[in-house]
Write a protein that binds this ligand. Structure first.
Ligand SMILES: Cc1ncc(COP(=O)(O)O)c(C=O)c1O
Length: 377
């Protein structure tokens, strides 16, 4: 039997994953500081939202490849000046990436993508026979696009930005997005965490810019209203009008081949987005509360939080007295689950923690973290 190379050769779980599975099975996990599913972290969902989902469930099915007009209108209304015809519905942000790879990349082509960033991106690319060419984000007390010249290979067909990025929480400035666009390739900005700024200042968006290349801004229900299971995502087209009609036609062909958007969730989308604004507000409040608690817990310790602008994660730099995985294992022995930052190609020793953790679990986990670090110094 021969398998395709679209999947990694190595399917074995890492030593840390095995230890974690054993700790979970033994009931030895006291504080999971990595859960990123709002419904598993005590975020409440308004009854009206759940009612809208119940009401939309029916056997009626009238598929529209790019999404129904009502649903596209509801997504467009989230952003000033966006027309419903520039909205394309998908089943998730992951699927949006898949569509864009299919739209622009032949097998063997590549896409520029940030490093560090979200690890699923390389799997998504690989499943579409696309490779990623990393461009560097650098940290000097704040995150920046490296000033080194961007040098895409002749195979590059697409540039991806993730802003706010996962896990760094960093945003590309308008000038940095403009610099990426100067490569002359279609530009994709994954803005799934855009509704979660750490302060009241709005974050930059690709939609604010008037660029010369085809642009795609990605979002979805999984982060917008904390409901990944509904399977609705979207992309918003911007950039020169002259490209948009052909892009829409080609995307419609791809989407028509799968028709993967969940019909009841699509029918309920206007109500879900409307009532989901309360879920987003609750998640934002949770994130900010946990950030304050984190900063208090780190004050006077030998740990620092890397500066960030938004999202659901915090990156905490630990003393270099141990390897990152050793820190994560020591914490696990004390019942606390954390994520080593190497999973995101982020230099260590750094741990990635989920800011949507329930506050009581967060407080207890941070106390253990402080203790473990202070005992070992
Ligand atoms: C940056 C980023 N984009 C996309 C996704 C996945 O979104 P979806 O559930 O819509 O596929 C995630 C999930 O964590 C993410 O961190």
């Amino acid at each position: 039997m021969r398998f395709s190379r679209r999947l990694a050769e190595q399917l074995e779980p890492s030593a840390l994953s095995r230890r974690l599975a054993r700790a979970r099975a033994a009931g030895a996990v006291r504080c999971d500081l990595t859960s990123s599913s709002p419904s598993a972290t005590g975020i409440a969902y308004p009854e009206e939202l759940l009612e809208a989902l119940r009401a939309s469930s029916s056997a009626r099915y009238t598929p529209a490849p790019l999404g129904s007009l009502e649903a596209r209108r509801a997504v467009a209304a989230l952003h000033e000046g966006v027309s419903p015809e520039d909205v394309v519905l998908t089943a998730s942000t992951s699927e949006s990436y898949g569509y864009l790879f299919k739209l622009f990349c032949d097998p063997g082509c590549s896409a520029l993508a940030p490093e560090p960033s979200y690890p699923l991106l390389s799997h998504l690319a690989r499943l579409d026979a696309v490779t990623l060419e990393p461009y560097e984000l650098m940290y000097d007390g704040a995150w920046h696009l490296s000033t080194a010249p961007l040098a895409p290979s002749p195979n590059a067909r697409l540039v991806i930005a993730v802003s706010p990025n996962n896990p760094t929480g960093s945003c590309l400035s308008r000038a940095e997005l403009t610099r990426l666009s100067a490569l002359g390739l279609p530009l994709v900005s994954d803005e799934v965490f855009h509704a979660y700024p750490f302060t009241d200042e709005a974050l930059p968006s690709l939609l604010d810019l008037d660029l010369e290349v085809p642009c795609f801004t990605l979002g979805g229900l999984s982060k917008q209203v904390g409901l990944p299971g509904l399977k609705v995502g979207w992309m918003i087209l911007s950039g020169p009008q002259k490209y948009r009609e052909e892009i829409r036609q080609r995307l419609a062909l791809i989407a028509d081949t799968y028709l993967s958007v969940n019909a009841p969730a699509e029918a309920a989308l206007p109500q879900v987005l409307h009532h989901g604004a309360r879920v987003a507000a609750a998640i934002r409040a949770r994130v900010r509360q946990n950030l304050r608690a984190l900063d208090q817990a780190l004050a006077g310790s030998s740990m620092t939080r890397l500066t960030a602008s938004g999202g659901w994660s915090a990156c905490v730099r630990l003393p270099a007295t141990r390897e990152e995985e050793a820190w994560a294992l020591t914490l696990l022995e004390a019942g606390v689950v954390s994520q080593p930052a190497y999973l995101y190609d982020l230099p260590g020793p750094t741990l990635v923690l989920s800011l949507i953790t329930p506050p009581d679990v967060w407080a207890e986990g941070l106390e253990v973290l402080r203790q473990v670090v202070s005992d070992s110094s």
